[in-house]
Write a protein that binds this ligand. Sequence first.
Ligand code: UDP
Length: 328
Amino acid sequence: MILITGGAGYIGSHINKLLNKSGYDTLVLDNLVKGHEEAVKWGKFVNVDLGDENELKSVFETYDIEAVMHFAAFSSVAESVQEPEKYFKNNYENTRNLLKVMNEFGVKRIIFSSTAALYGIPETVPIKEDAPLQPINPYGESKLMVENLLKDESDFRGLKYVSLRYFNAAGADIDCEIGENHNPESHLIPLVLDAAIGKRDSISIFGDDYNTDDGTCVRDYIHVEDLADAHLKALQYLEEPFNDSNVFNLGNGSGFSVREVIDTCKKVTGVDFEVKTEGRREGDPDILIADAAKAREILKWEPKYPDLEDIVETAWNWHKKLNSNYIA
Ligand code: UDP
């Protein structure tokens, strides 16, 4: 059985679906602080907080866990700047608990949900995995601390891990059964879609004085279904006894500015709405674009939905379903 921490959340729920469709048994562990029980449509579910070591041990006692996929974390850069200690507790210390219990129960494989935020302000783009790790916000810092811990556990205690550094996860399940549902929402695409649906009056661009073509931040948006597929491939990679721990970037290798994302959302939804410009949000690098050649080569990963319009289309379908009460 594969344990999926944070499997009631946005990315974890998509992997839970894919693993079940691919013949794996899954156990979703989530404290439902950010996750939604209704997103756990496949596998088993336990409502447990990773900070509760005794509860965690009883989960490992009860279920036969062969590997862990670890998504449970806070993921808002903006919030992490305001409340860093929350991020170190939830993202780092709770992972330490998880690794401790895994070690106690002899569970030796983990796939970690990491992030491009580890690279901070990159010296060159596209970014390769061996670029300097110099996060500029507590969210990225907390994830880097976990990667360092994983490396030590791997070097000295026989753990095998794959760390997947996502660029900007976006889009939704193509069957529209699950999707992004953060409360409060802080990510660009769902906020823009909120404006399209009339839930917000406008969308604000956080800074138009960045060192990019149109002055707004450039990001590499990767479809959540493609992320899910990479996790399945990473699990299969770790099932091969001779494969070592490894780290992979996951992105499409193409960047879109905040303005381009907003324009794409207007095109896909057919709705016009007000766009304002505000000051910069703290902790945002100018440009993040992945070089994901390593994942393509070693994991044989090939994104199926690299087109931003396709990504937004699936996000829009889900957004309409989630907010059906806003549709006249
Ligand atoms: N952003 C924005 N307005 C918003 C939300 C986000 O201009 O209402 C910008 C944000 O500053 C960043 C980009 O959109 O440059 C992507 O932000 P998001 O929070 O979606 O993902 P992140 O890059 O922080 O992981």
